[in-house]
Design a protein around this ligand. Structure first.
Ligand code: SAM
Length: 348
């Protein structure tokens, strides 16, 4: 399916002329994994206070805000978290979102990012509810490495079962996201590349990022996209592909023998802020315009106070049209220390 609508409507532009096209919706701040690069167990332990249910948007509230965003030009919705599959009634929300249409009647691109742990049971109900495709995060095929990366000893085999269930349910394409962190999973790059190619999965390697302020990020821990590509190219020769559409975050490369492609998301070494068309809605109804934001704008309070769709749309228009952030292009020692909102809270 094309990532662009059939006919473009006049876009809502920010101060750097970037259109609002994508909305990432965090449906929960909770997760059953404790990946040290995102939600380290020593910081987010048993007594950590996640959002109480009363502060989390209901399915109806999420669908209403998403519908308003679609009216403003959003044509791609990605459900995320936290771990979205830990939210009860997720298929009901997917059902609501799958019925949304762009102003010129086009279907929206509806997808979801998950750690895959509960996908075996949920792939079919999600597909039946209207989910079209899916991204599964998987950092290694080696159980010892994967355990260290997920922080809860979760076995690889159960994620693979989830991927198989997604395939059986007709979700396509299935993408796999792999964060690469130096000293942890560089040795997993090639086995993952070979496996994804053999299984016809779209693999994306992600540079380890300084999201939030709890993961102890250091530049030295980043394995650059160039290093990742060089490691693969040495065994499985690659050539670059042109981007599929404006704002595509993955730099795509295909195997020279025509056996498939991989992508690298180089948000640290090759920032793509100039093409960022994404807003993020947190589980508690705050809108963020940057993954590295320190603050967001509360939409839940006016929503629950009874504002009309037109009033809420005006708020979103204001937020987007005054947006000028470009964190990754400005990344420096000074920005690293900012009290950034955690990725699991604002939606990965
Ligand atoms: N729980 C879901 C999952 O695992 O895909 C969705 C949320 S998770 C925050 C979304 C993605 O962000 C995952 O692929 C995860 O690996 C990635 N991620 C989290 N922290 C990261 C970091 N510090 N650097 C790069 N990617 C990160």
């Amino acid at each position: 399916m094309s990532e662009q609508p059939a006919r473009e409507q006049p876009a809502l532009l920010d101060r750097l002329e970037r259109p609002l096209r994508d909305l990432r919706i965090s449906v929960t701040d909770r997760c059953n994994f404790r990946c040290p690069y995102c939600m380290p167990a020593e910081v987010f332990g048993r007594d950590f206070a996640f959002l109480p249910r009363s502060l989390v948007l209901t399915n109806e509230e999420i669908a209403r805000l998403a519908g308003i965003a679609v009216e403003l030009g959003v044509h791609k919705l990605r459900i995320t978290g936290g771990e979205p599959l830990v939210r009860r009634d997720l298929p009901v929300l997917i059902g609501y979102l799958s019925r949304l249409r762009t102003p010129n009647g086009g279907r929206i691109d509806l997808t979801l990012t998950t750690n895959g742990s509960a996908l075996k049971a949920l792939a079919r109900p999600l597909a039946d509810a209207g989910l079209q495709r899916i991204t599964v995060s998987l950092d290694s095929l080696d159980d010892a490495v994967f355990s260290a990366m997920n922080g809860v000893d979760f076995p690889v085999s159960r994620v693979l079962d989830g991927i198989a269930a997604a395939r059986d349910a007709g979700l396509a394409p299935i993408k796999v996201n792999t964060v690469v962190r130096r000293g942890m999973n560089e040795a997993s790059i090639l086995p993952l590349a070979r496996w994804a190619r053999d299984e016809a999965l779209t693999l994306r390697f992600i540079e380890y990022m300084d999201v939030g302020h709890s993961n102890g990020w250091r530049m030295d821990d980043v394995v650059s996209a160039s290093e990742i590509l060089a490691a693969i190219d040495a065994e499985l020769p690659l050539e670059p592909l042109a981007p599929g559409y404006r704002g595509e975050v993955a730099g795509r490369h295909r195997y020279r023998d025509g056996s498939g492609e991989i992508g690298v998301i180089a948000s640290v070494t090759r920032p793509f802020c100039a093409d960022c068309t994404r807003a993020r809605l947190s589980a508690d109804g705050h809108l963020y315009t940057c993954l590295f934001a320190v603050t967001g704008t509360d939409l839940k309070t006016p929503l629950r106070a009874g504002e009309s769709d037109a009033q809420l749309a005006a708020r979103i228009r204001d937020i987007w049209s005054t947006r000028a952030d470009r964190y990754s292009e400005l990344r420096s020692e000074a920005t690293e220390r900012l009290p950034k909102v955690e990725m699991f809270a604002l939606g990965g």
